[in-house]
Design a protein. Structure first.
Length: 731
């Protein structure tokens, strides 16, 4: 059974192999006429320009942090300088995951436009296959990276010393492996925040001047910001999202592995089975995501795209549940399992299976609730539409109300999920529930990523002046994509909540504290400070979008004023100027929010100790989850309220269409919601996980356990003992 360890990276390779085959198929599809290819080229060039500028900054950051980790890792017994290598690999894989998604998206967009000339079925096939490439790339890289590094560290720290899987050597191996997760989450935060600022600065600028002031359609080629807007769909909703879910995937599995080390059992693999379990479930989830993706098909023009996506999604979930039962039954021993820190509170392998099911159910329910609050035709969005008829202010009020209301049911679901998974298998149950939820990440991300591809395809169709039926097909895909994007963010924040709790439990164990006592003034103070961080983080992100959007608006106005031939199709706008504005702003503005997430745990932990840091993490997790749900759902509801006017809506017995005063009010609401749903909201799940990962990495430095004493302290102790021995000898 010990050879099972090598199955994990093999499953990752399977995902990457299928990804390569699907990417090759997309590349072979017809890219359309010259004008379409020229516009797609602008988008691809802008996306690469952003990534290159971002990578230059992040490369410097990665080298500096890697050097600090290498130095500090050599000073603490329960760590190693090798953590720096794991960190750099995690950072590289995270950036690579985003690049894979962005590269295929900028190929699939124009090919989806060309396919839409033929049929909706073919357009869905191309766009969803592009999304599948991204999903398999993210999941495959995560499983390959984690599995391969674990094999190396397990052999080096555990097998070579003859230690047990429950010993301090395994803790060191997992502590070093945490560097991989830290690298992944660090890059994910900057990619998500930077990409979010980029896309929303362009989107807001294009909407305010193009739609509201100039009265031209969305994606009109006369709008100088339209290329930057389409680039933003790729760098924010594709590259940023890819790095985001890569980090989530890795953090979830790692947290469960750390908790698995503490499980006492007599299985044939020397206690390694609970550690391997989350990686194996994630690996088989890739296989079943591939099967589910093959089921996403429609028959004709009137078929439901949403139903096709739901069929593939539910198929992958049900197959993963079934496989998890047999994997757990085979891998784990019969009888009682005990998490060492929980004493006699034992559980069985069936309890672990029920926890996995709980995680998958929580993820599915969160997606359903999010879909209800953000879908066209549902009561929440209709309420915003109705309030648009009385002006801009009431539209904004309605959207804020829907966003706040939408936190109620998801939090109840999360609370029940946490309670149920803990009752089934303790803290390990919470971690494995999160791992179960993330098992079908490849499928979830495929569904999520096809939306931006379809959005770009519609933009290219509009800018190329293609027939209305082509834009009609891309609009169908785009409308479904808006809903799947919103549900994907709901799924991500739910997984982040469970992952953060599992990481928190792992941190408490390594830091050597038994509880977080809020009766202590310093811990309570930390709780309040932690609760504040998501608010200041959101403020910085939203303000950054506002400043960048102002620059964009001024540039678009300048071009309309100084180049009058644009409106008459006699001059081509200077698209590159708008792309440059978004690129500069996103790189500049992403630094401070990222620094807050990285430095706060370090400063608090080293200054006030592990228990106060625990209070900060608890406050950030609760506040961040609420802020994430509120902002994602409010923004999604505003967006679909605006889109409802494009087909016409009935308000108080009268039909309202695009261009009406009510529609203009809905554009204002959508503009307010843009940074909510695409910048600060999605960043909340990375914020709470990154802070927990940083806390986990520094736990050995602030631990109250004796075995975490640093080499420096041990040398001091040896010197003091030697002095005492010399004094005794003199006497």
């Amino acid at each position: 059974m010990s050879n099972i360890i090598y199955v994990v990276p093999a499953l990752g390779l399977v995902g990457l192999l299928v990804m390569y085959m699907k990417a090759a198929w997309v590349s072979k599809q017809d890219a359309g006429e010259d004008k379409m290819q020229k516009l797609a080229g602008y988008i691809a060039e802008g996306a690469m320009a952003f990534l290159k500028a971002e990578w230059k900054v992040l490369a410097i950051f990665a080298v500096i942090v890697g050097a600090l980790l290498a130095y500090s890792g050599s000073l603490v017994e329960n760590s190693d300088w090798v953590i720096a290598v794991a960190f750099l690999i995690g950072a590289f894989f995270s950036a690579l995951a985003g690049f894979i998604g962005m590269r295929i998206a900028t190929k699939a967009n124009v090919r989806t436009t060309e396919a839409a000339k033929t049929s909706l079925k073919k357009a869905l096939n191309v766009s969803f296959t592009g999304g599948t490439v991204m999903g398999l790339g993210v999941a495959g890289l995560a499983i390959l990276g984690l599995g391969s590094l674990f094999i190396v560290f397990y052999n080096y720290y555990v097998l070579s010393t003859g230690a047990s899987a429950n010993g301090i050597e395994m803790e060191t191996a997992l502590e070093v492996l945490a560097g991989f997760s830290l690298g992944a989450e660090s890059i994910a935060l900057f990619a998500r925040v930077g990409g979010g600022i980029y896309t929303k600065a362009a989107d807001v600028g294009a909407d305010l001047v193009g739609k509201v002031e100039a009265g031209i359609p969305e994606d009109d080629p006369r709008n100088p910001a339209t290329i930057a807007d389409n680039v933003g769909d790729n760098v924010g909703d594709v590259a940023g999202m890819g790095a985001d879910l890569f980090g989530s995937y890795v953090a979830t599995i790692l947290a469960t592995m750390v908790l698995g080390r503490e499980i006492q059992s007599d299985d044939a693999v020397g206690g390694i089975a609970p550690i391997l379990l989350p990686m194996i479930i994630g690996g088989v989830g890739i296989v079943f995501s591939i099967i589910g993706a093959q089921m996403v098909r429609i028959k004709g023009e009137n078929s439901s795209v949403q139903n096709a996506l739901n069929l593939g999604n539910w198929a992958s979930i049900i197959l993963t549940v079934a496989a998890s039962y047999f994997i757990i039954d085979w891998l784990l021993p019969d009888g009682e399992l005990v998490l060492m820190r929980e004493g006699s509170a034992g559980f069985t392998k069936m309890g672990i299976f029920y926890a996995v099911v709980t995680g998958l159910v929580v993820g599915a329910l969160m997606s359903i609730v999010t879909e209800y609050y953000t879908s066209m035709g549902k009561k929440p969005v209709n309420s915003i539409i109705k309030q648009s008829s009385t002006g801009h202010a009431t539209n904004v009020i309605g959207g804020l109300s829907v966003g706040m209301e939408s936190t109620f049911i998801p939090i109840i679901i999360l609370a029940c999920g946490i309670y149920a998974s803990y009752s089934f298998a303790g803290l390990y149950g919470v971690g494995i529930a999160a791992a179960g939820m993330m098992a079908t990440t490849a499928m979830q991300l495929a569904i999520d990523a096809f939306g931006p591809i379809a959005d770009n395809a519609g933009g290219i169709a509009e800018m190329s002046g293609l027939p209305e039926e082509v834009r009609g097909r891309t609009d169908i895909l785009d409308a479904v994509g808006n809903t799947t994007a919103a549900t994907g963010k709901g799924f991500a924040i739910a997984s982040a909540a469970l992952t953060a709790l599992a990481l928190f439990a792992a941190y408490v164990g390594i830091a050597g504290i038994s509880s977080i006592d809020i009766y202590k003034a310093d811990v309570l103070s930390g709780l309040f400070i932690g609760g504040m961080i998501p608010f200041i983080f959101s403020s910085l992100a939203i303000a950054a979008v506002g400043r960048a959007a102002m620059d964009m608006v001024n540039e678009v106005r300048r071009q309309f004023k100084e180049m009058p031939g644009i409106m008459e199709y006699k001059q081509e706008p200077e698209y590159d100027k708008c792309v440059e504005i978004s690129t500069r702003a996103s790189i500049r503005e992403m630094i401070l929010p990222g620094a807050i997430a990285l430095l706060t745990p370090i400063i608090v932990g080293l200054s006030f100790g592990p228990e106060v840091l625990g209070g900060v993490l608890a406050g950030t997790t609760v506040s961040g989850v609420l802020m994430g749900i509120f902002q994602n759902n409010a923004g999604g509801a505003w967006d679909n309220a605006k889109k409802s006017f494009e087909k016409g809506v009935e308000i108080d017995g009268e039909m309202e269409y695009k261009g009406s005063e009510a529609h203009k009010a809905s554009v204002t609401g959508d503009t307010v919601g843009d940074p909510f749903k695409d910048t600060s909201g999605p960043s909340m799940n990375i914020l709470i996980k990154l802070m927990s990962i940083v806390a986990l990495v520094i736990a050995p430095y602030i631990s109250v356990n004796d075995h975490h004493t640093s080499h420096v302290d041990k040398k001091i102790e040896k010197v003091e003992i030697k002095i005492k021995e010399n004094k005794q000898a003199e006497k």
